[in-house]
Ligand binder design. Sequence first.
Ligand code: ZN
Length: 141
Amino acid sequence: MELSKEVAKRGFRSWYERQLIESHLYLTTCIICAFGVAAFIEAYRSSGGAARGLIMLLAAFLSGIVAIHAWQRYRGMMVRAQRFADKATCTKCGVYGILSVTDASRIAHPVYDERGVSKADDTDGAWLRVQCKHCGHEWAI
Ligand SMILES: [Zn+2]
C-alpha cells in the first residue's frame, strides 16, 4: 500500500508501530537464516555423499541470500520509519504523531550534502505534507 494511504488509513502512530513490527520480523528472519547458513555448512562438512553435500551447499547459499535480503529490508524500513518519525512532532504545539496527510509524492526533494552536492542514492525520497490534528499547523515530513 502506498505510504500516504497507509498513514491516512491507520494514523501515523499505528503506521510507525507496524513498520517497527514488520521490520523486526525481517530482522528475525535474517538471524534465523544466518544460523541456517552455519547449520547447512556444518551439514556439508559432515555429509558423506557428493550429492547430499551439494544440496547442503545450495541450501547454505540460499539461506545467505534470504538473510541478506531480509537485512536490507529491515534496514530500509527502519531508516524510513525513523526518518518520518523524526519529523512527526508538530513544531507549533509539540504533539507527536497526531496528524493527517494533506498531500504526498514519491518524487524526492533534492537532498544535498554539506558541500552542496546532490546525493544520488536518495532513492526513497517519498514525502508527506501533513497537518496537525491538534492545532492545524502544516509541514512536510
Ligand atoms: Zn500542532
